[in-house]
Design a protein around this ligand. Sequence first.
Ligand SMILES: *[C@@H]1O[C@H](CO)[C@@H](O)[C@H](O)[C@H]1NC(C)=O
Ligand SMILES: *[C@@H]1O[C@H](CO)[C@@H](O)[C@H](O)[C@H]1NC(C)=O
Ligand SMILES: *[C@@H]1O[C@H](CO)[C@@H](O)[C@H](O)[C@H]1NC(C)=O
Ligand SMILES: *[C@@H]1O[C@H](CO)[C@@H](O)[C@H](O)[C@H]1NC(C)=O
Ligand SMILES: *[C@@H]1O[C@H](CO)[C@@H](O)[C@H](O)[C@H]1NC(C)=O
Ligand SMILES: *[C@@H]1O[C@H](CO)[C@@H](O)[C@H](O)[C@H]1NC(C)=O
Length: 475
Amino acid sequence: MRWSTVAALAAAPAAALAQTTCTPLVGDLPAPSMAPGYRSDIAFEGLKFPRGIQWDSAGHLLVVDRGAGIYWFTVDSCLQLQDQRLIINDTELNHGISMSTDGKTLFASTNDVVYSWAYDSMTGDVSDRKTLVTGMANNEEDAQITRTLLSPVSQPDWLIISIGSQTAADISTLDVTSGKAQIRAFNVSEISKESVKFTEAGFVLGFGLRNSVGLGEDNLGQLWSVENSIDGVKRNGQEIHENNPAEELNFHGSLKDMSPRGDYGYPNCFAVWEASEIPDEQGLETGDQFSMYVNSTINDTLCAELYQPPRISFQAHQAPLDIKFDGDGQAWVSFHGSWNRASPVGYRVVTVAFKDGQPVENNSSQTASIEIMANTDLSQCQNACFRPVGLAFDTAGHLWMSSDATGEIYVIRKMDGSGVAAFTSAAISGPTPGPTPTGANAQGKESAASSVTAASAWLLLAVGVIGVQVLGMLL
Ligand SMILES: *[C@@H]1O[C@H](CO)[C@@H](O)[C@H](O)[C@H]1NC(C)=O
Ligand SMILES: *[C@@H]1O[C@H](CO)[C@@H](O)[C@H](O)[C@H]1NC(C)=O
Ligand SMILES: *[C@@H]1O[C@H](CO)[C@@H](O)[C@H](O)[C@H]1NC(C)=O
Ligand SMILES: *[C@@H]1O[C@H](CO)[C@@H](O)[C@H](O)[C@H]1NC(C)=O
Ligand SMILES: *[C@@H]1O[C@H](CO)[C@@H](O)[C@H](O)[C@H]1NC(C)=O
Ligand SMILES: *[C@@H]1O[C@H](CO)[C@@H](O)[C@H](O)[C@H]1NC(C)=O
């Protein structure tokens, strides 16, 4: 993408902001609470269930509206969306969307398939649909159905796809060839020539990831994901699910390094949020991994030896769905919000401070999230709350966000109308990317997978324990 051109086009609205002549769109909900210095405005309302959002190289916003297809919008000087047009009429598209770095190829996904289209950024017209990746369908009633897509700016040959587990505690995912609960990168030139099955191609960027709906690339070209961890977790039969396990921010290194990535633990081990609520724990901290049962087959010590822990943990059940990096290198994370917790949590957008390509806070921190936008009354969630899903920065550094439950698109900016930070996405410079997560924890991953097959039996038990009260959790 010619970002210089884009900058000229899409920075214009920011400069032209004439707030006195803008009529704000008013939603049905109380205004969000904003961190000091920030504002949010509704840019569009009336969509069915907007999920992934993506800018094109000419400053148009594309929105996957689940149950409709992909809408194309222009942006006016009030930062409201205009000229709504359904450019792809396909009710199966449900979340994933990305654009090639040159701005000429659009990608989108269903539960089963990733497609590409030739894309004209001036008109928004699509043509020449190709099937790139197949074999991802998940038809269990509690299956994870999104296949998040990311076209990394630093490595334009690749398309990254994240797929969740098939059931709540899916033991098939212990085997990396299951093609579930993992992230893979595919060579776009190759899959454009001939489609591939997800399980039969691609480079595995991590497995044992229950449902990493959010994918992001930082300014060093390093890859990160945010994982929705398991619901209904118990420890030796005792209910501990209110504040455990943590939701996770996981590190996947750079695609410049093709060494094998690790197993991130699911479905054997989960990240700690509140250690004090886990019975029989021996000095666990937030971010360490724990097992649901403790014996010689599986226990917390084995969790630490075998699996890659999160780099940052978040309060349980907030349901992170996207992560995007701003021009200052800070991460922004959308939390869709909880369904399986007595008092709701999440339903907000936060930043996580980064320095030199790593989070500033320690692995065991409970304070890494800095809240920017939130619902004022969480007791009204899920029914009367916006629910953040997709995030995308425009070239002026405004952060755009979809809310599926309310059919809205929001824009977050500073009070003076400027961006929340410098725009990024192309600026791949600065320090050399850090090491990929292939250290001690990544060793012997294949053997880890086979050694834990013996644990399958207890996991089957766990499936029974967790049950299938999961319809409401589909993300
Ligand atoms: C989308 O396709 C359906 C089925 O072919 C058709 O009924 C509908 O009118 C189309 N919608 C638009 C906006 O073109
Ligand atoms: C992708 O595939 C093309 C065509 O086979 C090849 O030329 C290119 O080197 C590959 N890129 C990577 C990053 O492997
Ligand atoms: C965990 O399992 C390993 C391997 O079976 C065993 O050596 C260790 O003693 C166990 N630790 C606990 C706390 O049960
Ligand atoms: C923090 O986590 C990262 C990756 O998850 C790991 O490489 C690093 O050793 C951890 N640091 C500490 C102090 O445990
Ligand atoms: C990280 O942990 C170390 C050692 O416990 C401590 O000295 C340091 O202040 C912590 N840093 C942050 C940002 O919390
Ligand atoms: C560990 O606990 C699980 C669940 O109770 C059980 O299925 C498994 O057999 C146990 N392993 C050992 C070695 O006791």
